[in-house]
Design a protein around this ligand. Structure first.
Ligand code: NAP
Length: 258
């Protein structure tokens, strides 16, 4: 159990709440060490977790402050976080802008995804300023409460990865929908098409949790059968380039700022 106080501005939102609950459930932080703020005053956290209406009060009482609000809400936020470690979960808001607006000189930009909900997010994070070793380990452990995490070497990695891992279920959902729609177009009844496509994305995805995708593709290609023909067709149409352009399109938005 950590003896630092964590304050989460926007801690009742989707992301902030999931991280707070995971940190509590895993025993990483006690309820008396967690502060939450929002504008509505509505919270369903267990008793002991303080909900504050005043963001500055939260900052003053916290050692580490998480910004889990939307970028457009950040523009309205008025806090002085000088001397605090500020962790931003916001996409497309550079560390320099966060530092200028909050006065904090140690900023962590982290990019979890919607899988925080099932505690299987991958969270890349990057720090600016003097993050002492103990705080570095603390940040890593906080994000391990909701899955896995890695510190990345450059801030641009966060903007790129916002459009990759930050998108969470978006890419698999798009694939699942395409497989379903194409099966229906080929005459497969809708319910069967949906179940078949879900089996590919969800069942296949679970297998990849413990297998190397390259080896998987090579062994399937070696059969020279049905699956190999389908995979070869995707390779011939340069699926990697389609995926690469999609991620770049998202990353450009993150780099431009929101
Ligand atoms: N969702 C994702 O998959 C995902 C992935 C990666 C990164 N992110 C980033 O995470 C951030 C939060 O996203 P989210 O999906 O959790 O948003 P969300 O569900 O809308 O949560 C935002 C929270 O902030 C609170 N809030 C807004 N303005 C506030 C203020 N001035 N002071 C205190 N609290 C305030 C809101 O509560 P009240 O209305 O009660 O104030 C709400 O609880 C965003 O910046 C997003 O870019 C999200």
């Amino acid at each position: 159990m950590e003896n630092r106080t964590l304050g989460i501005i926007g801690g009742t939102g989707w992301l902030g709440r999931a991280i707070a609950e995971a940190a509590l459930d895993s025993g990483f932080i006690g309820p008396d060490r967690l502060l939450i703020s929002n504008r509505s005053g509505v919270s369903t956290f267990e008793p002991g977790v303080r909900l504050l209406a005043d963001n500055q009060q939260l900052v003053d009482l916290s050692d580490i402050v998480v910004l889990s609000i939307r970028p457009e809400q950040f523009r309205e936020l008025l806090i002085n976080a000088r001397g605090k470690v500020v962790i931003s979960l916001m996409a497309g808001v550079p560390a320099a802008a966060i530092s200028a607006a909050t006065g904090a000189d140690v900023i962590v930009r982290a990019m979890p995804n919607a899988a925080v909900e099932i505690r299987q997010s991958f969270t890349p994070w990057y720090s600016v300023g003097k993050l002492v070793e103990h705080d570095r380990q603390w940040v890593q452990r906080l994000f391990e409460c909701v899955g896995s995490a890695d510190e990345v070497p450059e801030e641009d990695c966060i903007d790129y990865l916002s459009a990759l891992s930050g998108t969470g279920p978006a890419f698999p959902a798009m694939l699942q929908m395409a497989l379903t729609n194409q099966a229906v177009a080929a005459g497969i009844p809708l319910v069967i098409a949906q179940r078949a496509a879900q089996g590919v994305v969800v069942g296949g995805g679970q297998m990849l949790a413990s297998r190397d995708p390259r080896q998987m593709i090579e062994s399937l290609m070696a059969y020279r059968g049905v699956t190999a023909a389908a995979l070869q067709s995707m390779a011939d149409q340069n699926i990697e380039s389609i995926v690469g352009r999609a991620v770049q399109a998202g990353a450009e938005i993150a780099r431009k700022g929101m």
